[in-house]
Design a protein around this ligand. Structure first.
Ligand code: KIV
Length: 280
């Protein structure tokens, strides 16, 4: 059960995450809503309001369905539901790629309107200028390299990275560029295992793996995948720790049967005129 939210600000800082390099693995999950943030806050170090929200909660085909407004609304909900975890919000496609000025303006809006600790954006060498500019503006940045969901249409699908020597060299260059630009950590997604492990040894900031390597400094999964609530394709790298699809569908089945048989609502779920006062 979710515990009461502490009233004091004891959030894990991005600096504390950076210092965890090589230490106890950093536990990260995505969160998009207030109740899920309440439930996860005690258990994780970092909550990512990922642009996967566009697919997971809004039913878009790709993360390109996310907008700045959508990310801000979900960022606010997750901030209201958490008090301890470091909260990072994704910059959606189309809000940072054009220029450093565009990236800083979008990141500033994200921080000002949600109160989150940091932003995340996808890209390596090609986005180093944007990362450096946001960091120079005083906003911590989490990088994201490897399989980039915002580029799946351009890439022709979800393709694992690092299968050739050239692809490995590109990944290493990207990791070094993100580190050099001042990011406090970097997500490595969908790569050959040994490449992610090698990058983790080569850079001084924590790597957060998803479909990457157990040697990364931390791991992240999409919350709906982790609890078995995903109704579409579940990626190979996901481990389902619960089966909420069955829980929800069995609950709906029982509810429907009870409504149809007039078993629900029963005497305990209606208000009788004999009681005094508000007994809601
Ligand atoms: O949007 C997202 O959920 C992500 C994670 C998969 C890392 O970027």
């Amino acid at each position: 059960m979710a515990t009461e939210l502490p009233t004091t600000d004891i959030r894990i800082s991005t600096e504390a995450i950076r210092r965890r390099k090589g230490g106890t693995p950093i536990v990260c999950l995505t969160a998009y809503t207030y109740p899920i943030a309440r439930l996860l806050d005690d258990h994780v170090d970092l909550l990512l309001v990922g642009d996967s929200v566009a697919m997971v909660l809004h039913g878009h085909k790709t993360t390109l369905g996310a907008s700045l407004e959508m990310m801000i609304a979900h960022g606010q909900a997750v901030m209201r539901g958490s008090a301890r975890a470091c909260v990072v919000v994704d910059m959606p496609a189309g809000t940072y790629e054009d220029s450093a000025a565009q990236a800083v303006a979008s990141a500033r809006r994200m921080i000002d309107e949600t109160g989150c600790q940091a932003v995340k954006l996808e890209g390596g060498v090609d986005m180093a200028r944007q990362i450096a500019a946001i960091v120079a503006a005083g906003i911590p940045v989490m990088g994201h390299i490897g399989l980039l969901p915002q580029s799946v249409e351009k890439d022709g699908g979800y393709k694992i990275k690092g299968r050739t020597e050239k692809a490995v060299a590109t990944l290493v260059r990207d990791a070094l560029a993100v580190e050099g630009a001042g990011a406090f950590s970097v997500v490595i997604e969908g790569t050959i295992e040994t490449v992610a492990a090698d990058i983790t040894r080569r850079i001084a900031i924590p790597t957060i793996g998803i479909g990457a390597s157990g040697d990364c400094d931390g791991q992240i999964l999409v919350i709906d995948d982790m609890v078995g609530l995903t109704v579409d394709r579940v990626p190979k790298f996901v481990k389902e720790y619960a089966d909420l699809r069955s829980v929800v569908s069995h609950a709906a089945e029982r509810y429907a049967a009870e409504v149809r048989s007039r078993t629900f609502p029963g005497p305990g779920h209606v208000f009788s005129a004999t009681k005094r006062g508000d007994d809601a």
